[in-house]
Design a binder for this molecule. Structure first.
Ligand code: SER
Length: 582
């Protein structure tokens, strides 16, 4: 049995309901490109909303973190990973949570207690030392010398604001060395394997902390790391998670892993992430913005490393690797199976596109770097590599780095911006991952998108449907199906109707129902197949009803004045409105 099944079976036996992994592209959180943690799709429930599956949940969640994409190639970094987690939504708290984790590790994974150590929140001026957690570990038989107290590392929050709380981290001694009596969390022979967060607070924009309606538990265990640890390998890629995939890369390249580790790791990691992004029902395709740009970078970097291994790029190497990945994961993620052909097509099309210019681009790069008078590749040359040969700037930087040449990245970015209006969300800030949404203003914008959707249906026609949306603290963007440019009259009427509804002070209410019931009741939704069987439906007075995870304002009067700032084409048959709230 593998770790995923063991974990789920264990928590199900303790009364938890398994919830399906949310898509890698968040459905209701436009502030991040990808889901970066198991708890992210659960934020509304950690904030107090009732979860349709109850108060004890567990899952394995697809996560993507691209903030240290460039570190991939070493033994531990991955852009995609699976996070195992269990949650208590106002059900059990510290003692049970710690005991459950301890029993799973020692009785089910048979880890000897001597190999375990933990950290506990030491206390600061806002929140006291976590004595309950400390005492529970002692009761379970963890030696005092194996408990370290910290402040920073024992307080968990997904971004600057949001649900948060003290946590306790569990470490495993991975070395063959004699286990030191005293635990030092900085000693990297101790590897963190599990994080139990006791989410009882909410951090606000002004830095203040208030209590959440309920005391929750949020735990997370990174699957790749734990499997490597349990299998006693120091290189994650030698664990059973990666072995089969690496074997296929050895076959298609006719080379051995031991002599080509870095390139093979990059190919394995990047193709796996590309498979999961393109299999997502949100339909992401390689492009130059947002998730599409990440997808493009991943595929292009994998291709470049395949070339380094002398793989014949025209052969179907990428398909063989992708199929090995799909075979491995399809049992757990049905969309991987359903969208297999889409995935293979995305990879192939991007490969064909990039391969047309890759060879010439590499020759150009060589020419450029041979003729440099100093060790700096200037912005014009970097831009040429991008514009003419399709080299993402990060790829140019990586190539240059191998020759100890630096690149004027800032200059490139200025030039790039001047050349093309880069969508706000694609700018550096958004690549960091982590959670920034759910602020008051974003919540207002969120409710405003529902009103706009409803207003467009009245003014333009019932056939209007939402095709996408994006919210920042400064504005909202709303894409909708529509066959014509909106007339001035339509724009004015739409804006006026939204403002009328805001003035009317309509109550926003949320109810749970089965997906079928929701559809039959005429609730609006974007991609019905993406929702679980039980859904939450937000109604605004009797003007709007939509499937949605929230959060929303309680009454439309909180929103302010709504103003359309722009109406433009987005793609064929899709128009885009940008609007602000004043
Ligand atoms: N939210 C915590 C983490 O991501 C535990 O799930 O580590």
């Amino acid at each position: 049995m593998n770790l995923k099944d063991l974990f789920i079976d264990y928590f199900v036996s303790l009364g938890h309901k398994q919830i399906p992994s949310a898509p890698v592209v968040p459905e209701n959180d436009p502030s991040v490109l990808f889901n970066t943690a198991g708890m992210q799709p659960l934020i509304p429930y950690l904030m107090g909303q009732t979860h349709p599956y109850g108060t004890r949940l567990c899952d394995y969640q697809k996560c993507i973190r691209t903030n240290d994409l460039d570190s991939v190639g070493d033994t531990t970094h991955h852009t995609f990973f699976e996070m195992l987690g269990n949650w208590s939504l106002g059900d059990y708290f510290k003692n049970e949570s710690i005991k459950y984790s301890f029993d799973f590790l020692t009785k089910h994974l048979n880890i000897p207690v001597e190999r375990l150590a933990v950290t506990v929140f030491a206390g600061n001026n806002l929140i006291p030392f976590d004595e309950v957690t400390y005492n529970e570990w002692i009761t379970l038989g963890i030696n005092e010398s194996r408990i370290a107290k910290t402040v920073e590392d024992n307080f968990w929050i997904a971004g600057p604001t949001g649900p948060c709380g003290a946590d306790t981290e569990i470490f495993y001694f991975r070395s063959e060395d004699e286990i030191p009596d005293k635990f030092d969390p900085e000693d990297n022979r101790w590897v963190e394997i599990w994080n139990n967060v006791f989410m009882e607070f909410y951090k606000h924009e002004d830095g203040s902390i208030t209590e959440l309606p309920k005391k929750n538990v949020d735990t997370g265990m990174g699957l790749e790391r734990v499997v490597a640890v349990l299998e006693g390998v120091n290189d994650n890629y030698e664990s059973s998670v990666w072995k089969d995939i690496i074997k296929v890369i050895e076959k298609v390249s006719n080379k051995e892993y031991k002599d080509n580790k870095q390139s093979m790791r990059i190919i394995a990691d990047h193709i796996r992430t590309a498979v999961f992004i393109s299999a997502d029902n949100s339909g992401i395709k390689p492009s130059n913005t947002d998730q599409g740009y990440i997808l493009r970078r991943l595929i292009r970097r994998a291709i470049r490393h395949a070339k380094k291994l002398n793989i014949n790029i025209d052969s179907n190497w990428e398909e063989e690797i992708a199929i090995a990945i799909i075979d491995k994961y399809e049992k757990y993620y049905s969309e991987i199976k359903q969208n297999k052909n889409i995935v293979l097509e995305v990879l192939k099309n991007e490969k064909i596109k990039f391969n047309k210019t890759l060879e010439k681009g590499l020759r150009e790069f060589e020419k450029i770097t041979n003729n440099l008078s100093n060790n700096v590749l200037d912005k014009d040359l970097a831009f040429k590599l991008y514009d003419t040969y399709g080299f993402p700037i990060e790829l140019t930087v990586e190539l240059a780095d191998e020759l100890n040449i630096s690149v004027d990245v800032e200059g490139f970015k200025d030039k790039f911006k001047a050349h093309q209006e880069l969508s706000r969300t694609a700018s550096a800030g958004k690549f960091k991952g982590g959670l920034a949404g759910n602020s008051e203003i974003e919540t207002k914008y969120h409710t405003a998108t529902h009103l706009l959707n409803a207003a467009l249906k009245v003014v333009v026609g019932d056939y209007v449907h939402q095709k996408g949306s994006n919210i920042t603290t400064e504005r909202m963007r709303f894409d909708f199906s529509c066959d014509h440019k909106l007339t001035d009259e339509e724009k004015i009427k739409t804006e006026a109707l939204v403002n009328k509804w805001i003035k009317d002070g309509l109550n926003v209410t949320v109810t749970e129902m089965s997906k079928e019931e929701a559809i039959n009741s005429g609730a609006e939704c974007m991609f019905i197949e993406k929702y679980p069987d039980i859904v939450t439906v937000y109604s605004i007075g009797d003007v709007s009803k939509e499937l949605c995870g929230g959060p929303h304002v309680k009454n439309t009067s909180e929103i302010g004045t709504f103003k359309i700032t722009k109406e433009e084409a987005s793609s064929a048959g899709v128009r885009r409105i940008k609007a602000i709230i004043e």
